[in-house]
Design a protein around this ligand. Structure first.
Ligand SMILES: Nc1ncnc2c1ncn2[C@@H]1O[C@H](COP(=O)(O)OP(=O)(O)OP(=O)(O)O)[C@@H](O)[C@H]1O
Ligand SMILES: [Mg+2]
Length: 301
């Protein structure tokens, strides 16, 4: 295990298991039919992974995903167990480092479409709307301002690019061409249903979920399951309701300090990123902890 000076887990290693694939945040151990997903404390901003991490961030992301999996029990998902006692023996031997931040999951044949639900008009959606009056090819009514709530949430798929490439927005018709009508319809319907359920729940906790990204896959019997992380601050825009305004980009609940600091040092958004100062690390950590407490009513397990 590699920790940084603030005790943030930068890289996991599990003697006795093959080297993992390392995503921006997760270390992915391939166990054949199953995967062991270990959420590190790595943080990416503007798609660049920072050299130092945010202590406990991986635990927050994992435990928020587990919370939603339980709440949305009608949607089949990839989780087998988050209890290290159920992990393979080499992982049990380093359980102290993995506990709270790891999930044993079904390995799914993944679908190369990222399923995005948007309830508000910001980011790339706002840019496209200003230029074309559309979002991912969907025509929207006139008169929206930046960060406006949409009349109804929309499904805006994107093509999951190879590692290092930026994902690319696609139309629903292109999604149908890629995966077929039945799968495309199921992706859209599941995405919107999960998003609406979560957004309604979060609203009661004074959090706006402006948008979010899901990934789905197929399990061994060919049923569609929800995979990856779910409705976390990394996969979604979470806004504190009391700071919400239109006409500007509302501050995010979690990464705003890091983004603001990177802008203040004129980070050019290409690697290598500078070391995040401890003060920014600690304030950001507080934000992640606030997010899980506000959302679930419980702190970290
Ligand atoms: N059940 C599953 N079956 C197969 N792949 C999965 C499953 N759950 C998650 N994944 C994949 O594991 C990876 C999670 O790691 P992480 O979130 O760090 O990756 P990322 O940086 O977002 O994506 P990538 O590195 O692939 O661009 C993602 O590539 C995701 O598609
Ligand atoms: Mg990811």
């Amino acid at each position: 295990m590699q920790y940084d000076r603030n005790n943030a887990l930068l890289q996991s290693s599990i003697p006795g298991l093959p080297e993992p694939r390392r995503g921006k945040v997760r270390d992915i151990y391939d166990l054949g039919d199953e995967l062991l997903l270990v959420a590190s404390d790595r943080l990416s901003a503007f798609d660049v992974v920072m050299p130092n991490g945010i202590p406990d961030k991986g635990k927050v992301l994992t435990q928020i995903s587990l919370f939603w999996f339980e709440l949305m029990d009608w949607m089949p998902n990839h989780l087998i167990s988050a209890d290290p006692a159920d992990f393979p023996a080499p992982a049990q031997a380093v359980a102290d480092d993995l506990v709270g931040r790891s999930m044993l999951v079904k390995k799914a044949g993944s679908i190369a479409v990222e399923c995005i639900a948007r309830g508000y008009l910001v980011g790339s959606g706002w840019k496209e709307y200003q230029a074309e009056g559309t979002v991912c090819g969907l025509k929207l009514r006139k008169g929206y301002v930046q960060a406006d709530k949409l009349d109804a949430p929309i499904f805006t798929p994107s093509y999951k690019a190879e590692q290092g490439e930026h994902d690319e927005n696609i139309t629903f018709e292109q999604t149908v061409e890629m995966v077929g009508t039945e799968t495309a319809n199921a992706l859209r319907d599941n995405t919107l249903k999960i998003y609406k359920t979560a957004a309604d729940y979060a609203a009661t906790k004074n959090i706006i979920i402006a948008d979010t990204k899901f990934e789905f896959g197929f399990d061994k019997d060919g049923s569609m399951i929800l995979i990856d992380e779910v409705l976390t601050p990394d996969s979604s825009r979470f806004w504190p309701a009391e700071l919400y305004t239109t006409g500007a980009n509302p501050p995010s609940l979690d990464k705003q300090f890091v983004r603001d600091w990177l802008e203040s040092v004129n980070f050019n958004k290409t690697p290598p990123a500078p070391n995040i100062p401890d003060e920014v690390v600690m304030k950001t950590r507080e934000k992640y902890l606030e997010a899980i407490e506000q959302l679930t009513g419980k702190g970290l397990a």
